[in-house]
Write a protein that binds this ligand. Structure first.
Ligand code: HEC
Ligand code: HEC
Length: 426
C-alpha cells in the first residue's frame, strides 16, 4: 500500500467517522490540501460564510481511489453508511428503494383494474377540457417523464401559466400536490385542473354530460363503478387510480446499486452520492426513497416585489413564515424533467448545481421592503458550498443515476371524438 493510499484512507475515515484527522498530526502541505479537499469542515463549521473558497482539485489517481473506497463503504448495509450532514432538527430519512407496496389509507378500498384502465383513457381524453383539445397528457406527457419539457406550462389559448409542470410519477406517495401543496388528494388536484379557466376550463357538469353520451364510457363506468350513470366523483377517482400506478420501478442505476450491484454506479456517481449526503448538504431536504422531505422551503427564487413574484405556500396558508416557500420536488428521473424549479427558470442540472454551490440567490430588501413581514427568508439549510467543478460533475452523475430505463407507454385509447360531438358546448 503506497503512502498516498494510507493518507487517503485516514482522511476518508475522518470524513466518515464525522471528524477529521487533520488536527491530530502534522501534514505536509500537499497532504493537508488533500485532507482539506475530502473533508468538509468549511461547509459545516461556518454557518454563514459570505463566500466559500473552492475546494482544491485532487490528482486523477486520488479521485479513482476515493471512488473505490466509497464504493466499498456504500456497498455495506445502510447502518454502516457514513452519517449524512444534517442540520439540527432534520430527521434522518435515508435514501432507499421506492416501496413496492402502495400506501393505502384505511378508508380507501384498493383500486380495481377496471378503474385503473378507465382512468388511463380519461387521462388522455381531451373531452375533459371545454375546447376538446387539451387532456391531462397534453401537459403530463409520458414521453417526457410525465412532464412537458417547458419552462412553464402552456394553457388555454396558449396562455403561459405561472408555473412549471411537475412530473406526476410517484405522486401516489405524496400528501400535498402542486408546488404550493394546495391540494391534498389526487381528486382535489384533478378537479382544479379541469375547472381552472386557464387550463381545461371545464366544469363537472359538462364533463359528465359529454362522457354520458358515449356508450363505450357508460359500459366501462358500469364495469368499474357499478352504474351506467357517470358521476364526477367516479371520473376523479378513476384518474387517481390510474395515477397511483405511476410508480418508480426500482430499476435506475442507483436502485440497482442499492440492491447490491456494486458496479451499477460509475466512479463519478459514487462520489456524487457521498457529496449529496454530506458536503453538498442536499439531504437536509432531499431525503428518503423519493429524495424529498415533502416540506416547503424558500430557495430565494420567489422574485419578491417583482413582476414574476410568486409567494408559493404563503398564498395557501396565509402565514408570512411561508412566504416564498415551495414543495421540495422528488429527484427520481430528474435528468429528464428540465427545466427546473417552480418557475422553470433553470434550464439544466448544471445551472441548478452552480446555484446551490453559490448558496442560492439572496434577495436584498429595498428600504420599504425591510419591514415587510412577507419578505421571504431563505432557508437556513442553504449556504455556499465551495465545491469544485469536479464535485459538481460528480453530483450531476449521481442525479443522472436516478433516471429509470425508458419504457414505451402506450397512450390511453379513449373512444374517438366524432365530428360535431362537442360542437354545441364549446
Ligand atoms: C395546461 C397544462 C396542464 C394540464 C392540462 C394538466 N396539468 Fe397537472 N399540472 C400542471 C402544472 C403547471 C402543475 C403545477 C401547478 C402548480 O403547482 O401550481 C400541475 C400539477 C399537477 C399535479 C401535482 C404534481 C405535484 O408534484 O404536486 C398532478 C397530480 C397533476 N397536475 C395531474 C393532472 C391531471 C390528472 C390532469 C388532468 C385532469 C392535469 N394535471 C392537467 C399542468 C397541467
Ligand atoms: C432547503 C432545502 C433544500 C436543499 C438543502 C436542497 N434542495 Fe433542491 N430543492 C428544494 C426545493 C424547495 C426545490 C424547489 C424550489 C422552487 O421551485 O422554488 C428544490 C429543487 C431542486 C431541483 C429541481 C427539481 C425540479 O424538478 O425542478 C433539483 C435538481 C435539486 N433541488 C437538487 C438539489 C441538490 C443536488 C441539492 C444539494 C446540492 C439540493 N437540491 C439541496 C429544496 C432543497
Amino acid at each position: 500500500m503506497n503512502f498516498n493510499k494510507v493518507i487517503l484512507i485516514c482522511c476518508v475515515y475522518g470524513v466518515i467517522s464525522g471528524y477529521s484527522l487533520y488536527p491530530m498530526r502534522v501534514f505536509t502541505h500537499e497532504e493537508a490540501t488533500f485532507a482539506q479537499a475530502i473533508t468538509v469542515e468549511n461547509a459545516t463549521t461556518n454557518p454563514n460564510p459570505a463566500r466559500m473558497p473552492t475546494r482544491p482539485l485532487l490528482q486523477p489517481q486520488q479521485y479513482i481511489e476515493l471512488a473505490a473506497f466509497l464504493r466499498d463503504t456504500y456497498s455495506q448495509e445502510k447502518e454502516k453508511w457514513p452519517k449524512p450532514f444534517l442540520d439540527e432538527g432534520v430527521p434522518h430519512e435515508e435514501l432507499s428503494l421506492v416501496h413496492e407496496v402502495l400506501p393505502r389509507s384505511a378508508d380507501r378500498p384498493p383500486d380495481t383494474k377496471e378503474q385503473r384502465d378507465l382512468g388511463k383513457l380519461l387521462f388522455f381524453d381531451p373531452r375533459l377540457s371545454r375546447s376538446g383539445e387539451m387532456s391531462c397528457a397534453t401537459c403530463h406527457n409520458p414521453d417526457l417523464a410525465w412532464a412537458d419539457g417547458l419552462t412553464v406550462a402552456v394553457g388555454r389559448h396558449r396562455r403561459l401559466l405561472k408555473r412549471n409542470t411537475p412530473s406526476i410519477m410517484n405522486n401516489a406517495f405524496h400528501s400535498h400536490f402542486f408546488w404550493d401543496g394546495r391540494a391534498s388528494s389526487f381528486e382535489q388536484q384533478a378537479e382544479q385542473a379541469i375547472t381552472n379557466p386557464d387550463e381545461m376550463n371545464s366544469d363537472p357538469e359538462l364533463v359528465t354530460r359529454r362522457l354520458n353520451r358515449v356508450p363505450r364510457y357508460r359500459e366501462l363506468f358500469n364495469k368499474a363503478y357499478g352504474s351506467e350513470d357517470i358521476k364526477i366523483k367516479d371520473v376523479l377517482h378513476a384518474l387517481a387510480a390510474f395515477q397511483r400506478t405511476l410508480i418508480s420501478s426500482n430499476a435506475s442505476a442507483f436502485d440497482r446499486f442499492l440492491q447490491g450491484q456494486r458496479d451499477a454506479l460509475g466512479d463519478a456517481a459514487v462520489r456524487g452520492l457521498h457529496l449529496f449526503r454530506t458536503t453538498a448538504r442536499c439531504m437536509n431536504c432531499h431525503s428518503g426513497p423519493l429524495l424529498t422531505d415533502n416540506k416547503f422551503h424558500d430557495l430565494g427564487l420567489s422574485f419578491f416585489g417583482r413582476e414574476r413574484e410568486d409567494l408559493g405556500r404563503y398564498k395557501i396558508t396565509g402565514n408570512p413564515e411561508d412566504s416564498g416557500k415551495f414543495k421540495t420536488p422528488g429527484l427520481r428521473n430528474v435528468s429528464r424533467t428540465a427545466p427546473y424549479m417552480h418557475n422553470g427558470i433553470l434550464l439544466t442540472l448544471d445551472d441548478v448545481l452552480r446555484l446551490y454551490n453559490a448558496g442560492m440567490p439572496t434577495l436584498r430588501p429595498t428600504n420599504e421592503q425591510s419591514n415587510d413581514p412577507l419578505f421571504p427568508k431563505k432557508s437556513h439549510h442553504l449556504r455556499p458550498l465551495g465545491l469544485n467543478q469536479r464535485d459538481l460533475d460528480d453530483l450531476k452523475a449521481f442525479l443522472e443515476s436516478l433516471e429509470e430505463p425508458r419504457r414505451r407507454i402506450s397512450p390511453g385509447l379513449f373512444p374517438a371524438i366524432t365530428d360535431g360531438e362537442l360542437a354545441d358546448e364549446e
